[in-house]
Design a protein around this ligand. Structure first.
Ligand code: GLU
Length: 434
């Protein structure tokens, strides 16, 4: 049953407050627009998606009398300002509830955005493009490709820059995926999310969007980055390298931190000052023609090592004919050895079956090192590729992208080479500072 049918059968409408049982939990929230799963604005203010076949005992708690948009304000274009395009993919940043009317809307047209964030019109002429309305946990390779195609079309239209509104859960994966797909990107493209939706007093949506629009409008940055709160207060937003960013907190507004890296720049939403932390010139140049390389290999996995891991779990990837696997090892990049090297032998069999195996660390900070301990040397001698200080999430996306666009030998060669800032020469700072 699809969502439309599900709503019809259960006499449900967007804007209604409902309760239901879901995998043993009682859920309450307001139905917000979505395409596949049932999406609710929960009482906590968060949005969440629910699989239709697991929803039981639905009760309608209150009808929404006035579903609809808030009154829009009309803003005319200013010929002196640059044009900035906002793409909508979904997530908390894309939805809003008007608590005075109880109305829920997420139409994503330009007037909606300017009604919610009128300050943007003083910085740039905003255009908006709908890509999707989904929770980011549902994003997959096909969505990565779709975003890259829409972005390429917009680049041809000569927009000053692009802001991509995205759910925060998998924002780092999508930002890394776009960064690999667009070679020599000629304009600034910033991913922006929000941890708290725009109808809440503590929302970060407005400030993140304002800082992103400032940065896109006022700099000659070329490439992909992430723009999110830099701290728990409203002092500034950080512009972050997409292949080096990780969501480090479930709910804090400054959840996104650069790992083994510094931010590129900080943007002050009040003074409008842009403070460069990394060398500005490095981010204003490209090394050739803009190219879209948007193929990915789907049979690529990511597995974490831990004391309970078994050979059987590794064998799965061989049985299922996976072409790539990132092992998130312990410490410097360890897996167990087990009796008679049985664990190492299982990994070797996987590699011999044609799978490219990369190694990252679950330590988050620091880098993997194949030459320190005996079992590490054993792993590297059977062909495990050590991915330096690359994040596991980035390594997964990179391996999938490499296998989609290059031969197996080229993939093995390029996995441990820096292409988009994902590998640094040395570990710069310890960024884990909560
Ligand atoms: N989990 C959802 C997502 O990532 C909503 C939360 C958010 O946007 O941050 O899309």
């Amino acid at each position: 049953m699809d969502l439309k049918e599900f709503l019809k059968t259960n006499k449900l409408k967007e804007g209604q407050t409902i309760t239901f049982d879901y995998c043993g939990n009682s859920i309450e929230g307001i139905i917000i627009p979505s395409k596949t799963d049932l999406n609710l604005k929960l009482n906590s203010g968060y949005n969440a998606g629910f699989k239709l076949n697991k929803i039981k005992n639905i009760k309608i708690m209150s009808e929404n009398k006035n579903v609809g948009k808030a009154k829009t304000i009309q803003i005319t274009k200013n010929p002196k300002l640059p044009t900035v395009t906002i793409l909508h993919t979904g997530g908390t940043i894309a939805s809003r509830i008007d608590y005075t009317t109880g109305g829920v809307y997420a139409n994503f047209d330009t007037q909606d955005i300017l009604t919610m964030f009128p300050e943007l019109a003083k910085i740039a002429n905003i255009e908006s493009v709908f890509v999707s309305n989904m929770m980011s946990e549902d994003m997959s390779i096909d969505d990565f490709k779709k975003i890259a195609i829409v972005v390429s079309e917009q680049i041809k239209k000569e927009t000053k820059g692009i802001i991509i509104g995205h759910g925060t859960d998998t924002l780092g994966y999508s930002a890394a995926a776009l960064s690999f797909q667009l070679e020599n990107c000629p304009i600034p493209i910033l991913f922006v999310g929000s941890q708290r939706s725009s109808d809440r007093g503590s929302s970060d949506a407005g400030m993140n969007l304002i800082c992103a629009t400032e940065f896109v409008s006022k700099t000659n940055f070329k490439g992909i980055a992430v723009c999110m709160h830099n701290s728990t207060n409203d002092d500034d937003c950080a512009i972050l390298i997409p292949t080096k960013v990780k969501k480090m907190h479930t709910s804090r507004r400054d959840a996104f931190k650069p790992i083994n890296e510094t931010p590129i720049a900080l943007v002050n939403p009040k003074t409008k000052e842009i403070k460069w932390i990394k060398e500005k010139k490095e981010f204003e140049k490209t090394s050739g023609e803009f190219k879209l390389l948007n193929k990915f290999e789907k049979k690529v996995g990511l597995i974490k090592m831990h004391p309970l891991i078994t050979e059987k779990e590794i064998e799965f990837y061989k049985k299922e004919k996976y072409l790539g696997l990132i092992i998130e090892g312990t410490g410097l990049g360890h897996t167990p050895i087990r009796e008679n090297d049985s664990f190492i032998k299982t990994i070797k069999e996987l590699i011999d079956s044609g799978c490219v195996v990369g190694m990252t660390s679950q330590c988050i900070n620091g880098r993997v090192h194949p030459n320190v301990y005996t079992n590490l040397r054993k792993l590297s001698s059977i062909g495990v590729i050590y991915c330096e200080d690359m994040l596991s999430e980035t390594a997964l996306i990179k391996l999938s992208w490499l296998l989609g666009n290059y031969s197996k030998n080229e993939t093995k060669e390029m996995l441990s080479k820096n292409l988009r800032g994902e590998i640094t020469n040395f570990t710069k700072i310890n960024t884990f500072e909560y």
